[in-house]
Design a protein around this ligand. Structure first.
Ligand SMILES: Cc1cc2nc3c(=O)[nH]c(=O)nc-3n(C[C@H](O)[C@H](O)[C@H](O)COP(=O)(O)OP(=O)(O)OC[C@H]3O[C@@H](n4cnc5c(N)ncnc54)[C@H](O)[C@@H]3O)c2cc1C
Length: 403
């Protein structure tokens, strides 16, 4: 009988297996795909933004109210310890912007290779193409795992099956199903970190236009969520880092309301007065020429059309009413979110196994003895910037240390 069976060889599962084996446990990993870490290899656009440089309390706060759940996990493996962990495996990391951390190779394969080599050095047994569909319990304690028609008895079982997003990289719901069958509660699941569709057709005219460092705010009462970062217009919507971040707040709302109004502050440090001052600076220029010094021309043109202003007029030729309309739309661009790309395009899943059912000091289930959970399968998700991998590694390390 193995001491530990780890279901899922992603970031959290591999880390849990390594930490357990380093403490002398006999570990077997069962992985659904043909190889370990397929999703990990695709992270950060293939560069793997494995963590960031925020201190633990700042880091946890970015996960929202539940963020403090991971404080024990971060004590075991915060970003300093994670960086040292990989350094000891021969992978140097760096942070070109002082915030996001990548391997110096800028290749996620280096991270994956280091983990797989360590699994091998520790004699961890790995079986791929194994779709685990059942965990057997006896008197509320794990007893065995069933995969591809075989039974694997185990003293402890780790569920590190990840989220439902990006099915082509292995995302699926089988982990949630396994845990539901053991009487765990899984909260509503929503796609997160993905592009969004908008109602306004004019975005099509601005396709591929990029706006640097914009602020997006959800324009609903009692919703204070704001995200900042670069935005790119698509044929029928918006994408880019700021959209990935705000999408995790918007997709749960889309299941309640059909339309979610948002406001985009695209002009950094320019309020209505400053905009008016800018437009008055050169009275001989058309409003399109003046505005195009601040924002992409196609966007200025589309917005002027939206408010039915003649772009060839100068600012001084506009009526007071039209000047107000112009400054309103350019200072806060309104858009209406009407959809998302679904789980097949979601980098992360919002929702998961209820945190109340997991002991945060060990990551052990409070429902079944000997059952441990780590990574995205639990109800925690962070924004863009190395948060989700850091949590996956840290929670995996805590499991490995607790087994
Ligand atoms: C394209 C993309 C880019 C991303 N970039 C970043 C980034 O740069 N930084 C960051 O912090 N986060 C990033 N993320 C998010 C991050 O990859 C995940 O949050 C993280 O991988 C979660 O780790 P995990 O171990 O919980 O799950 P995963 O890494 O998804 O691993 C779960 C594993 O379990 C296996 N599995 C599932 N069900 C079963 C079953 N029934 N039986 C056996 N095995 C099973 C899966 O095949 C998979 O290998 C990105 C995600 C995507 C999709």
């Amino acid at each position: 009988m193995r001491d530990v069976i780890v279901i899922g060889a992603g970031a959290s599962g591999m880390m849990a297996a390594i930490m357990a084996a380093r403490r002398g446990k006999r570990v077997l990993i069962l992985e659904r795909q043909h190889a370990c870490g397929i999703k990990l290899k695709a992270t950060g656009g293939g560069r793997c933004n494995l963590t960031n440089t925020l201190n633990s309390s700042e880091f946890m706060s970015r996960f929202g109210k539940s963020g403090r759940f991971m404080s024990e996990a971060l004590k075991v493996l915060d970003h300093h310890k994670l960086i040292t962990f990989f350094e000891q495996l021969g992978v140097k990391t760096h942070s070109p912007d002082g915030y996001r951390v990548f391997p110096v190779t800028h290749n996620a394969q280096s991270i994956l290779d280091a983990l797989v080599l360590e699994l091998t050095n520790l004699n961890i047994e790995i079986l791929c193409s194994q779709n685990v569909l059942k965990i057997e319990t006896i008197q509320k304690r794990v007893a065995a795992v069933y995969s591809n028609g075989r039974c694997y008895p185990a003293k402890s079982v780790v569920v590190s099956t990840g989220g439902a997003g990006y099915q082509k990289l292995g995302g699926n719901c089988s982990g949630y199903d396994l845990l539901r069958s053991l009487k765990h509660t899984v909260t509503d699941l929503h796609p997160a970190m993905l592009a969004l569709k908008v109602k306004e057709r004019w975005v099509n005219k601005c396709r591929a236009d990029t706006l640097g460092s914009v602020q997006i705010k959800i324009d609903l009462k009692k919703r204070k969520s704001i995200a900042t970062g670069d935005l790119i217009f698509t044929k029928s919507g918006i994408r880019g880092p700021v959209v990935l971040d705000i999408s995790r707040e918007i997709t749960p709302l889309l299941s309640k309301y059909q339309e979610i109004p948002i406001l985009i502050k695209a002009l950094k440090d320019i309020d209505r007065d400053a905009l008016e001052h800018h437009l008055r600076l050169d009275p001989s220029s058309t409003i399109l020429e003046s505005l195009s010094k601040l924002l992409p021309k196609s966007l200025c043109s589309a917005l002027l059309q939206e408010i039915e202003l003649d772009s060839s007029k100068s600012y001084t030729q506009l009526s007071v009413k039209n000047r107000t309309k112009l400054s309103e739309i350019f200072c806060l661009i309104p858009l209406t979110i009407i959809g998302d790309g679904g789980f097949e395009n979601a980098m992360v899943t919002r929702g998961g196994v209820k945190l109340k059912e997991i002991d945060p000091t060990t990551m052990q289930s409070r429902v079944v003895d000997g059952l441990y959970l780590c990574g995205e399968v639990v109800d925690l998700d962070g924004p863009c910037g190395g948060y989700n991998l850091q949590f996956a590694f840290a929670s995996g390390a805590l499991v490995g240390a607790s087994l």
